[in-house]
Design a protein around this ligand. Sequence first.
Ligand code: ADE
Length: 228
Amino acid sequence: MLAIISAMSEELEPILEAMDTYEAINYASNTYYKAKYKGVDLILAYSKIGKVFSTLTATTMIEKFGATKLLFSGVAGAVNSDLNIGDLIYATKLAQHDLDITIFGHPNGYVPEGSVYVDSDDKLNNVAKDVASDLGLKLKAGIIATGDQFIASSEKKDWIEKTFNADALEMEGASVGVVCTSLEVPFFILRAISDAADMDAGFNFDEFLDSSAKVSAEFILKMIEKID
Ligand code: ADE
């Protein structure tokens, strides 16, 4: 079973709308959708924003609904200046930028028995590359940093870039990645840029959330058809 997870209703809605059929199931204070799209069985949900809710939803999709592969669709703030609003990026690896026990001599993003980065699945990333080349779309591969903060400051953004070599930032990817890695479920994190995580980020996010969420959703729909 393939799972599609987003953080916000605006991110999931364009995917849900495209389904041939779906059934809503309430569980653990959230709504999960068992859906069919072009003959493929799917489980869909938006988690709500942040690492805790996305951890709960990804775990539930795997442990309760039997997800064996997971794709994330949503928006992100650009860190790399090559990325403009509406551009697509998938994560090759992800880190938690707000995980900090550096006082004990550990690097940012690291806790004992964990790792700074979690790696996404090469096979799913290759499916994305194929879809991009089939459709003639620009798709960047890069490092995504995740934290429980909406970043709207060039200084904070620069720190995240320098510390994690990040290309984009958001609030759920790394936590979903940790869940999937721990439970041995291949995962893919796709984001379309909604803002540049700078002083205009709040305004730009409000303006471009819907259009960028659609860019990501449409790409994910194409991927579903190519995943076995
Ligand atoms: N998702 C989209 N833009 C973001 C930002 N600036 N900070 C955190 N998450 C985001």
